[in-house]
Design a protein around this ligand. Structure first.
Ligand code: HEM
Ligand code: HEM
Ligand SMILES: [Cu+2]
Length: 387
């Protein structure tokens, strides 16, 4: 007899991802807050946690023993987990959207959960990969190189499982699933450059160049936004009882994915050629003059990509009031709970008794049925769970 009710192994992956994200946040933000407190003390109370002996104008200031590198450690102890705080929710949403719109159970549900856990754990022991050029002992760097490269394993497991979920699926190519697929593409592109940066020997060349800017915009800026868009297009009917316009949505997707690659792909070349980040202008460096054209191209691409985001804003607000009305409470034929509440009083809960969860969240295409809602009891003749 299978137990009734929601259990950890029945949670949708979106919820798993949000849950683990909350834990990462709880453990990492306090470290940043303490760094901020110490900085405040340094600046207003005359302490020198981060200020070492400095000479200004031949005069020794009265700071002793502080270490600016300590600030970097505290900052990146938050900073690296933070990038996963940004990406994990998107990963959860994408897992959900890909499964629903390919009409297949998510491939490797438990592996997905364990890789989220592994990523979360590892994210706390790789922070110094942002500091290979801070004068960190190269022997210590090796520790961070190894664990950084190990993160690629659970990341690859997730990518493999998303693709395997799509494989052979009856995929509905709508705005939600397109953005989810776009997420996978961006995550692969940005993850690969992470592996380059994770090798300290290569990072010595690439640190503080546009290669890093390219890496993190693709994997964080663009991918996280794609996850958010996939989620909005997917749950919009749930939120407002109306659909977003699909034609505008698809236009938004194609404009954004082409635009985002046009903006951030060339940055890799800039970086490999040695163009540093955080420079306002390059006129005093003759050598960088030859990159003007590429920079102009990036600027124009960014403006056009921004234009496509306006389509989204228009679509969003237009659809809230004028979008096609939802007549079926479960338009995507999803098995998760949120789609079983009535259309009226969208933000309310279930009228009367709260339904009991009977099965995991991904019974798609099981026993020849298109989908089985999570609240449907398990039949006696039903085959075993997928996980
Ligand atoms: C396979 C996975 C990944 C690896 C191995 C990796 C590795 C690295 C390394 C070594 C750096 C430091 C580069 C440098 O400053 O010289 C870096 C920078 C960065 N990464 Fe990743 N990364 C990965 C995935 C991600 C993900 C998923 C995100 C965000 C969602 C992310 C966001 C960032 C950001 C924001 C920076 C730059 C921070 C800054 O200096 O301003 N990375 N990455
Ligand atoms: C089309 C959209 C975007 C464009 C064109 C863009 C462009 C840029 C450029 C050119 C830089 C480098 C500045 C420099 O080093 O001098 C930069 C820095 C950065 N961007 Fe973006 N960005 C975009 C969206 C985003 C998004 C969505 C995120 C976050 C999710 C983001 C996060 C960052 C961060 C963390 C930095 C590093 C700031 C630093 O150097 O301390 N960007 N961006
Ligand atoms: Cu990092």
């Amino acid at each position: 007899m299978r137990t009734k009710g929601m259990s950890m192994w029945r949670m949708p992956l979106t919820i798993w991802a949000f849950f683990i994200t909350a834990i990462i946040g709880l453990l990492s933000f306090p470290v940043l807050v303490s760094a901020f407190l110490l900085v405040t003390f340094d600046r207003s109370l005359g302490t020198s946690f981060f200020l070492s002996e400095i000479f200004i104008g031949g005069q020794a200031l009265d700071h002793v023993g502080g270490s600016p590198i300590l600030y970097q450690h505290l900052f990146w102890f938050l900073g690296h987990p933070e990038v996963y705080i940004i990406i994990l929710p998107a990963m959860g949403i994408v897992s959900e959207v890909l499964s629903v719109h390919s009409r297949k159970p998510i491939f490797g549900y438990k592996a997905m959960v364990y890789s989220i856990l592994a990523i979360a754990f590892l994210s706390f022991i790789v922070w110094a990969h942002h500091m290979f050029m801070s004068g960190v002992n190269p022997f210590i760097s090796n520790f961070f190189v190894i664990f950084t490269l190990i993160i690629a394993v659970p990341s690859a497991v997730k990518v493999f499982n998303w693709i395997a979920t799509l494989y052979g699926g009856n995929v509905r190519f709508n705005s939600a699933s397109l953005f989810a697929i776009g997420f996978v593409s961006m995550f692969i592109s940005g993850g690969l450059t992470g592996i380059f940066l994770g090798n300290s020997a290569i990072d010595i060349q690439l640190h503080d160049t546009y290669f890093v800017v390219a890496h993190f915009h693709i994997v964080m800026g663009v991918a996280a936004f794609f996850g958010m868009f996939a989620g909005i297009y997917n749950w919009f009917p749930k939120m407002y009882g109306r659909f977003m316009n699909e034609t505008l949505g698809k236009l938004h997707f194609w404009g954004t994915i082409v635009g985002a690659y046009a903006v951030f792909w060339p940055m890799h070349y800039l970086g490999m050629a040695g163009v540093p980040r955080r420079y306002y202008r390059f006129d005093s460096f003759a050598a960088f003059g030859s990159f003007d054209l590429m920079n102009q191209f990036i600027t124009i691409a960014a403006i056009i990509t921004f234009g496509f985001q306006l389509l989204f804003v228009v679509n969003f607000f237009y659809s809230i009031w004028k979008g096609k009305k939802m007549t079926d409470r479960n338009p995507w034929k999803a098995s998760t709970l949120e789609w079983t509440t009535p259309i009226e009083g969208i933000h309310g809960n279930w009228p009367g008794k709260i339904p009991t969860v009977q099965r995991w969240a991904y019974d798609y295409g099981k026993d020849g049925k298109d989908f089985i809602p999570q609240i449907q009891p398990v039949g006696a003749d039903e085959s075993k769970d997928e996980h």
